[in-house]
Design a protein around this ligand. Sequence first.
Ligand SMILES: [Mn+2]
Length: 560
Amino acid sequence: METAQRKTIVIGHRNPDTDSIVSAIAYAELKRQQGLTNCMPARGGKLTPQTEYVLTRFETPAPTFIPDMLPKVEYFLPEGTPTTVQANTSLWDALELMDKNRLSAIPVVDSEGYYQAFLTHNTFTENIIHKADPHRKAIIPTSINLLAHTLRAQPLLVFDGNAVVKSRVLVAGSTKEAFEQILKTEISKNTIAIIENRSTILDLCVNYKVRAIVLTGGQPLSKELHARAKEAGISVLISPYDIASTVYLTLYSMPVSTMATTAIKAVHHTALVRDVQQAVKSSPSRSVPVIDDNGKVVGILSERDLYKQPNVDVILVDHNELSLGVEGLEQFRIVEILDHHKLGNFPTHEPIEFINRVVGSTSTIVACLYQERKAVLSPNIAGLLLSAIITDTLGLKSPTTTDTDRNMAEYLSGLLNLDVEELAHDIFSHAARIVDLSTEKLLTLDAKHYEEGNVAFDVAQIEISSSDELRGRLPDLLAGLKDHCRHEKLYFAALMVTDIAALNSVLLVAGDAQFVSKIPFPHFENQENAFLCRGIMSRKKQLLPLLLEQISVLQTSSLR
Ligand SMILES: [Mn+2]
């Protein structure tokens, strides 16, 4: 039997540039050609207009957006289709299935597969104590068909076979007079009488029009009684077991749903493991059902699954430092790295394929690997690779460009019959620059609002590919921030302008003068409210902690 291949995700750095996106797409394609069929490209951020242009031009969809790799439930689910039972299955069949598959819990689903309840050994034990309590009347919700099925009984007469009705179970073990006394106190139509073939008692049951008669000992009914039972609408079953076993099995003919608990909520397959850990641990079976977007059961997550390795591997392209990658990467097995940056990598538990070359783009490395591994390079992939080499080397002009990049660009342009200069011109002129966007748009495109202690502030972020784009806009942007801060009564408002080529950000801030004066970065272009933050690309992970610390220092000192 062929088992599904482990999933492998190829992903570039956060705030992905064209090289990160293209090398992920092209390398995932190469891996698939080499037999790693479940290998998918992903991206950890929004596409820049430049990347969008390149993907559109070479007719390739954007990789799946994975904002973080924080461990999610789906990465820990055991492989294969989960065992479930439908709500109208008998308790006996459900328990038998659990026993056969060595399960401590089983999700109860409706006919479409939607989650309804959870049957665990614990919930069963708790419920059976109540149902089988001899101090209370035995009332069992069951249908005639479930009863016949569980008892392996021969149905003689069946009326309304699928209706589940709460029924009192009576065993005719007494004299006719005593039994009649009992029958008088019951609602006959909700009574199931379990009788050894005793004609006097049978006669009573037919007269009182009980719901069902279960005959034990395998004896059939007399013709006369059969006819009267039929006329009275009484179901009659012949159990192959003796009275004791028949009574015992009757209890297990209840639909499984009556013994399952609805208190255990299903978790979503994309939920974060850290958010569901408590639910798993406090569940009596130490497991919870997992559902997909449609509410259908896709698995059971057990506590022991949480200690396993996730079922997804990761290939990093265009970065080798975890701090530059999407959040949570360290929890996964990194199986390969392709990069052209300085090393800042992490220890691994096992040897991995690690290719780091001093070239102008990761896409150059991927293109070389297509050649080395004699893989098919489709025109679209070739076009993407050429575009990424061009963007990462600024049209083969940046000092990072090597002969390998130039040779590869020439090879690809020959393959595509496309001039490098022309393509470079198209890419750089089509990519939207901040010049084309209004100040308001730039300040709101990707703005986030934060509240810390008794202050509120906004930090927006935009990406540029050259700081030249920013220079002419500085006065507008600073004035816009000032207005926004005053209007919204904020402690401060900031715009982080991230240069995806230079890997740094310019921070523009308007607001509390004391706060602004304490920002620990050098001024940008001698502007009082602009700062150059070298190596800072992430608002969430790098900038925000610094801002929060500054706020807390100022607030503490103002209390003194
Ligand atoms: Mn790169």
